[in-house]
Design a protein around this ligand. Structure first.
Ligand code: ATP
Ligand code: MG
Length: 167
């Protein structure tokens, strides 16, 4: 279905702002910053599956960040893509692990991850969902500084000639 991605991303983040208040993430506080384009972007996708992708990335950003971290969420368009990004100020990912984190069951540093809980499937599933939409999911990360996960989705901007009927 054709979905307003600004609304969908906002809806997901609003829920995380409420979780914060309900303390479902005990002992963790975080601040979500939104930097969204003002232009409404429409993308053809399955709302439930794509919501799951954003939930996974947000849960990771919280889980692998220290208390009080800022999570910055961006939404913008390029010539033919819609880009969503989620940046945290967390642990970051060692360079040697970056190529593997989208593999099933792969978790950086077993000891570090064990107390955090989780199965190591979140990113593998997310990548499948995004690639089924002919999109890309990737990460830029610096160990000890933080990570930014990017989603790019194919996007056909509305062309001027589609807007007007010539009479
Ligand atoms: P789950 O299946 O519950 O999501 P998980 O979070 O361990 O478990 P993934 O979401 O697939 O699994 O992430 C894989 C691994 O990548 C994590 O175990 C963690 O080591 C690393 N990772 C993912 N996101 C981040 C992040 N934002 N910052 C630092 N490391 C991360
Ligand atoms: Mg995860």
């Amino acid at each position: 279905e054709l979905v307003n991605i600004n609304e969908l991303f906002n809806y997901v983040l609003n829920r995380f702002d409420m979780i914060l208040k309900k303390d479902d993430h005990p002992e963790k506080t975080y601040t979500i910053k939104r930097k969204f384009t003002k232009r409404d972007l429409w993308v053809d996708l399955d709302t439930d599956r794509f919501t799951q992708v954003l939930d996974n990335l947000m849960n990771n950003a919280i889980k692998y960040s220290p208390d009080g971290g800022v999570i910055t969420c961006r939404l913008y368009e390029t010539r033919n893509k819609v880009i969503l990004s989620i940046s945290d100020q967390g642990l970051g990912i060692p360079r040697k692990d970056i190529p593997h984190i989208f593999d099933r069951f792969y978790r950086v540093d077993k000891a570090r991850s064990r107390q955090q809980g989780g199965s190591g499937l979140g990113l593998a599933i997310s990548k499948e969902v995004v690639e089924a939409l002919k999109g890309q999911l990737w990460v830029e990360s610096v160990e000890g500084k933080g990570s930014t996960f990017y989603i790019a989705l194919p996007y056909e901007p509305i062309k001027e000639e589609d807007l007007w009927d010539e009479v």
